[in-house]
Design a protein around this ligand. Structure first.
Ligand code: MN
Length: 336
């Protein structure tokens, strides 16, 4: 029978569970970011240090700009590269809040999840879980698990965790950054990693194709509510005509978010399936996860995402705008 009730586990319980050697697939969310990749590979190296065979798997390949993180560890994370003897392994997920984020692999592994380790406040548990919404990144939780285990891990783990933590805090700039974030980062620095090099690769290097996408996206940036709400749209036809990959559109949201005066930002891109993928960010105390939840999505209070069903991208933009404004209550201030 399908299990529908799941238990919340403590850090210590998870350590004891994972200390028992067993072949393990470490799964992370589709369209992976550095927290997902860093947390998953750090967890798999820790599992190996405790005598388990481990392999990282994802519905999507690690994007090109994060390939430096996995270099020399695994050639690919796609499911058809899982070694035959690990096909029936237990499955542990990191940074993956709901079945939707597992993506195309949920059908395959849905019944086999031993555990989910995550830091998203909104989500739909699909296994026994360690979910700590106060953690700025899943990397912080994996850091704590490794520390609690007292197991010696290879130096590469420090790099992976630092990248995970730095990434989800926007380089220690976002409001989710806590004293605990810095303390963990300090411990990782103490192990001798080249943090400046990691940060340059994470934050100061962009694919030329991303910059081309940002330039085109900037032309399609609309401001509302006196410049407090910014929404950028990027139709799938435009992506195709420019020869851009999906991963080249990941920084569009930053174009909308970084403009002075913007409080809530969104980037909507068309997909080849005909739906519309929205990323949402808040620069002020406004819950974009609640906006995303109206469309079946989720995320964090200040960073969330959802997939919208609409006939046109203009209609998707209108739906998102209406929902944002509905949750912001009566508009304040006057239009310039
Ligand atoms: Mn994360």
């Amino acid at each position: 029978m399908k299990k529908t009730e799941f238990r919340a586990l403590s850090v210590q319980e998870v350590v004891e569970l994972l200390r028992q050697p067993a072949p393990t697939l470490v799964l992370f969310h589709a369209r992976p970011d550095a927290d997902a990749v860093g947390s998953a590979f750090a967890l798999s190296l820790w599992l190996r240090a405790m005598g388990s065979e481990a392999y990282c798997v994802c519905a999507d390949e690690v994007p090109q700009h994060l390939a430096f993180l996995t270099k020399g560890l695994q050639e690919s994370v796609l499911v058809d590269t899982v070694p035959a003897h690990l096909v029936d392994a237990r499955v542990v997920s990191v940074d993956t809040a709901s079945p939707g984020q597992v993506g195309a692999l949920f059908e395959r592994y849905g019944e086999r999840f031993l555990l989910m380790i995550d830091h998203h406040g909104t989500g739909t548990p699909y296994a026994d879980h360690l979910v700590l919404p106060k953690a700025a990144s899943c990397g912080e939780i994996v850091f704590d698990l490794i520390a609690a285990s007292g197991v010696d891990v290879p130096p590469r783990v420090s790099e992976l965790l630092y990248a995970a933590i730095a990434s989800d805090t926007g380089g220690f700039r976002y409001s989710n950054t806590t004293e605990g974030t810095h303390l963990r980062a300090a411990a990782l620095l103490r192990s001798g990693i080249d943090a400046a090099s990691l940060c340059r690769q994470l934050f100061e290097t962009k694919q030329l194709a991303n910059l081309r996408a940002e330039k085109a996206g900037f032309e399609r940036l609309h401001f509302y509510d006196g410049g407090r709400v910014a929404i950028l749209t990027f139709p799938y036809e435009l992506q195709q005509s420019m020869g851009l990959a999906e991963e080249n559109l990941g920084t569009l949201i930053d174009v909308a978010r970084c403009v002075a005066g913007v409080e809530v930002a969104a980037a909507i891109r068309g997909t080849k399936e005909g739906s519309f993928r929205a990323s949402l960010r808040a620069n002020v105390d406004f819950d974009v996860a609640a906006v995303a939840a109206c469309f079946g999505g989720g995320g964090h209070v200040r960073a969330a995402g959802a997939t919208l069903t609409a006939d046109t991208i203009e209609q998707a933009e209108q739906m998102l705008y209406d929902t944002i404004m509905g949750r912001r209550g009566t508009t304040h201030g006057e239009t310039p």
